[in-house]
Design a binder for this molecule. Structure first.
Ligand SMILES: [Mn+2]
Length: 426
């Protein structure tokens, strides 16, 4: 699978270099930056351009030298260092496509400044040579546009990242059912997925009860709630395989009842929307359709009194669904290029009422994206709605009934196809 992936990636890089009038490119894995006034670094996160080519994701100070028509060289950083353990010797099909040269110190790295007509792709201030173009826009735009179409190798990695994350979801949910704390669910997730916190694609969101209404809830309560107080469980957590992320959300009710029925309704509409992620569809349209369907659910549950069209146009549906339907997924959790309409870097902004929508593109075959509708009961937004005169459409006693449950989000990872999308999560 990797060989086809390499072929696709190298064709894109060749074309990007041609467009940018460059003879070659140096792609830097990156390095960790220290905290202010400290000698402790923030966690290292690898440059996505680097891990697109090479599944080495935890080794800083590496560089790929790529020139069209030549076998690229990977300068693999392996310092003589008794503080850290050395990265393992690379293995796998991909190693056949690179000359791999270990470098132990700066002096062993070639003088990149001598290279003619080259670009440097890497984080801010990482390029030490003025003669290199740093992240040239023409090159970046071209690559970012085409990176949205995933190869079989990439899709397989995201599939494996889904499989692994679902093991974690299962373990975390079991904890909830047993009455354990949010933090205990988190620890169970980490154990089941064999990830440490640095390896997660994003910080786990693990919320019980009203904490589910905080979209990026970041605390993990250490204490257990009495079982009779347990109402709901929302978990948004992914994994990484060979640098590729999964991003999955599930919501559960502790017991039967209306909230459980509402989860079921959101789950059903979420699957339906997921099946519409086919080639040629505008993702903005899917987002709007999701709003309409969620408004129908809100009306069915007697939470709002107006029809879906009114809910959409008045902004009422945004009160309960205040984020985008989803985003591209791959080497980054929010993979780049979601608003880029062409390889020249033109973009399409989201509709005015939906500024948080990260993906506005027309879908292409093998785009990988998330579909993650939700319904939340958020005090701040409900107060805003009242202030804006939308209160007349809201059944406030019903809102009070649902508030203790926080919210619902259901999120799957989908591969866009011509007729029938592939759901990697289900
Ligand atoms: Mn997501």
């Amino acid at each position: 699978m990797y060989s086809n992936h390499y072929k696709y990636v190298s064709e894109i890089i060749n074309k990007a270099l041609e467009k940018a009038n460059l003879d070659g490119v140096l792609i830097y894995s990156g390095h960790a930056q220290n905290y202010f006034l400290d000698d402790m670094p923030y966690p290292f996160a690898c440059n996505p351009h680097f891990k697109w080519l090479v599944p080495i994701t935890e080794t800083p100070h590496c560089t790929i030298h790529y020139q069209p028509g030549k076998k690229p060289t990977l300068y693999l950083y392996q310092p003589k260092d008794y503080w850290h353990s050395l990265p393992a010797t690379p293995q796998g099909e991909w190693t056949e496509f690179f000359n791999i040269i270990p470098v132990a110190c700066k002096e062993e790295v070639p003088d990149y400044g001598k290279l003619q007509n080259h670009a440097w792709i890497g984080q801010a201030n990482s390029c030490e040579h003025d003669s290199l173009q740093h992240n040239p826009k023409v090159y970046m735009d071209y690559v970012h546009f085409h990176r949205a179409c995933k190869t079989d190798y990439e899709i397989e990695n995201i599939r494996q990242a889904n499989k692994l994350a679902l093991k974690g979801h299962k373990a975390a949910y079991k904890c909830f059912k047993k009455g354990k704390s949010e933090f205990e669910s988190h620890v169970a997730y980490m154990k089941a997925t064999n990830h440490n916190e640095y390896q997660l694609p994003y910080g786990n969101i693990i919320a019980q009860n009203q904490n589910g209404a905080v979209l990026h809830y970041q605390h993990m309560q250490r204490h257990r709630l009495p079982k009779k107080q347990l109402k709901s469980f929302l978990i948004d957590a992914g994994c990484v395989v060979n640098g590729y992320a999964s991003d999955i959300t599930r919501t559960y009710a502790y017991e039967g009842g209306e909230f459980k029925l509402m989860i079921k309704a959101v789950d059903k509409m979420q699957r339906k929307i997921g099946k519409k992620a086919i080639v040629g569809t505008s993702y903005i349209d899917l987002h709007i359709q999701a709003h309409m369907k969620l408004a129908d659910i809100l009306r069915d549950f007697d939470i709002i009194s107006c029809d879906a069209q009114t809910a959409l146009e008045s902004g009422l549906s945004n009160v309960f669904f205040p984020h985008g339907l989803g985003h591209y997924l791959g080497l980054q959790v929010h993979d780049i290029g979601g608003r880029q309409t062409d390889e020249n870097g033109n973009t399409l902004s989201p509709p005015e009422l939906h500024p948080f929508l990260r993906l506005t593109r027309t879908l292409q075959e093998n785009n990988v994206l998330t579909i993650e509708p939700g319904i939340y009961f958020i005090d701040m937004l409900l107060d805003d709605a009242k202030a804006k005169g939308l209160g007349k459409y809201i059944n406030w006693s019903r809102v009070e009934d649902f508030k203790p449950y926080g919210g619902i989000r259901i999120e799957d990872n989908i591969v866009v196809k011509k007729h029938k999308p592939v759901n990697l999560t289900r």
